[in-house]
Design a protein around this ligand. Sequence first.
Ligand code: NAP
Ligand code: ZN
Ligand code: ZN
Length: 352
Amino acid sequence: MMTKAIAYAAQASDQPLNYFEFERRQPTATDVEIAIDYCGVCHSDLHTARGEWGGVRFPVVPGHEIVGRVLRVGAKVNNFKVGDTVGVGCMVDSCRTCACCVEGLEQYCDGGMVGTYNGVDKHLGGHTFGGYSNRIVVDQDFVLRVAPGQDLAAVAPLLCAGITTYSPLAHWRIGPQHKVGVVGLGGLGHMAVKIAKAMGAEVVLFTTSASKIADGKRLGADHVVISSDPAQMKAWTNQLHFILNTVAAPHNLDNFLALLRLDGTMTLVGAPATAHPSPNVFNLIGKRRSLAGSLIGGIKETQEMLDFCAKHNIVADIEMIAIDQINDAYERMLKSEVKYRFVIDMKTLQQK
Ligand code: NAP
Ligand code: ZN
Ligand code: ZN
């Protein structure tokens, strides 16, 4: 038995997203069925819908910043009940037995985690469909608790942009003793500024957009640097302990690596479709610098991040859109115009 779901999907990499119907499974004993209220719009949705990363299975129903209410639960679901407010992020399953999964780092599953969209659907075959839809069915172990009393639309982006920035900041143990650079003020970048500030760091925002200087400060940056201005950049040479680079396009990494002090690390979370120019090895050797990468965060850590953000009153700065504005939203995201995350109001998705 299946349940009809309605959604917006891309049918091919050169097609805009449009109305689409498909089947979701009935909840199994360990499943939670969720009515989706809000879904954030991540740059990864665009990369995937436009086939930029390769290996994409169409049709693509993007969306992995999901907040909604529990509609039904399976007989063995203990932690969630009908009516609870819950979230779903970038993963809906993993092997659960490899060393990474056992450690609670399901995003690095040796067998490959199951993405919320474009993952291999273990239940129905085919591939998974994400949150630009009216409902989703997810195993209880991959469902997050969202504390009531928050602005739920603004909580949705925490499920990807929040955890993707929280996880590396926590892993590199960022605290009040650190000067932290954040590169790019988009969905991820604006969460990184807020979270690094809440962790106590001195935060330096690097942006290509002069129009974002005031916002950067309002969001919590202690300093804002226009990254295309060599004089402003030079002033930060050898100053930073850690840099989180969220940029969605290829760019010269050396300009930022040079800002790290001895033993500093720059972690890339931005995932452009084409490669960055190779960094200069001497730039790393000369100050024992590290260049690293990081992928979202595990389920346990995602819950920790949601609780951290609730405690510190951190949500995303959002612009709410109707589902039929999604293609325009993608164009505006490409122009770095989003302030700072689009969120789809799923009430606007109606059966046709
Ligand atoms: P976004 O909202 O579009 O923000 C990206 C920001 O990068 C822009 O706002 C802009 O900031 C800056 N930027 C864009 N083009 C640039 C260019 N040519 N040169 C320099 N800066 C540029 O995107 P997002 O949703 O935050 O996602 C960012 C990237 O992270 C995407 O590639 C996405 O796929 C990836 N991602 C990775 C993970 C992970 O687990 N590692 C998770 C989610 C997303 P300024 O205007 O301030 O310069
Ligand atoms: Zn994402
Ligand atoms: Zn695994």
